[in-house]
Design a protein around this ligand. Sequence first.
Ligand code: IMP
Length: 427
Amino acid sequence: MPAVVIVGAQWGDEGKGKATDLLGSRVDYVVKFNGGNNAGHTVVIGDEKYALHLLPSGILSPGCVPVIGNGVVIDLDVLFQEIDGLNARGIDTSQLLVSANAHVIADYNRTLDKVNERFLGSRKIGTTGRGIGPTYADKMNRLGIRIQDLFDEKILRAKVEGALDLKNQILTKIYNRRAVSADEIVETLLGHVERLRPMVADTTLVLEQALKADKTVLLEAGQATLLDVDHGTYPFVTSSSATTGGACTGSGIPPTRVTRVIGIVKAYATRVGEGPFPTELFDEDGERLRTNGGEFGTTTGRPRRCGWYDAPVARYAARINGVTDFVLTKLDVLTGWDQIPVCVAYDVDGERVDEMPMTQTGFHHAKPIYEYFPGWHEDISAAREFSDLPANAQAYVRAVEAISGARISTVGVGPDREQTIVLHDLL
Ligand code: IMP
């Protein structure tokens, strides 16, 4: 049975949460495989709105086992706050599994994330300030603290002291901050152990057994292709692998098991934080997209940068991830324009470039080449069949599909679960 991957095809906030949630009732496991509480999924069910940061969206689907994979970095305070918040609203979280190999975001990494950004000044990344980057850096430096370390106090203490050896020098001598006490860090982490213990599992084994037993496993990416540490607009990226390859590494599910890759792509584009964004709008069209689309960060509340649909970016995401199906989200936000520009290629220093430029300099210089499609003014939020859409909206979807590198299987026309048009089944 299949392992299905869901990835963001742009710079994040494409609406992955809703897509995962839509499939949630039909899958047995939903695995978060990268990132941490830098993510922000908003899921709307009826009158209820849920903002998830760390927990996989599958947590909202009864019968679905939510899994936090080894590729994730976990802020334990946030984990338990999110669980408590959901429990208070009657959502059962008792099925949640957490990989013993996932890394823990220690308090000093949150501090370092913020001071690093300040230190970078105009070269800042615009991180979410949640300690994500420093925790992944520790992982690669082999200085990280893993969930399993919390079950061995001696090891935990040795690792925290090892990590703080250098960090305290940096904090005190370079950043002029107070040194961090290893005892305090260890005590805080140990305080979570009893609550954590029943959730912790060898999740790679659990997932292999699930696939062998013909269960369906959904692998849900945090962030998105253009924020991937390898394939994104480096250095303006997150610190993890947010693409299909990362789904395998971050969960332990081998590539040969992945049968479908669903790319989530918004009918326009947004980005938070710094970094190049060729179709970005600085005029009232951008403001209108932001207001109509509610484009403010779920995690940080920051206003998102907004721009028109960028087809070379979608094609790039299709290529890097092996996208089999696109979910086109928030089409309703484009209602009310007489014509809608779509970026079909770039002008890079006077030359037409049809694909993502090879170099970051090229991407910084890329100016969008637009094609213009006739808009529509009818309210489309009640459309449930493709034929319910006005002719111009149908033509827009078909035109975008033709240049984006994979078929569009679902179209979103509003935030609610029901506000969805299915063209091809996703499972
Ligand atoms: P970090 O992930 O906090 O290190 O931030 C690195 C970059 O990724 C910044 O530009 C963030 O704004 C961006 N980023 C991180 N998570 C998300 C997300 O879930 N949606 C959109 N952008 C994100």
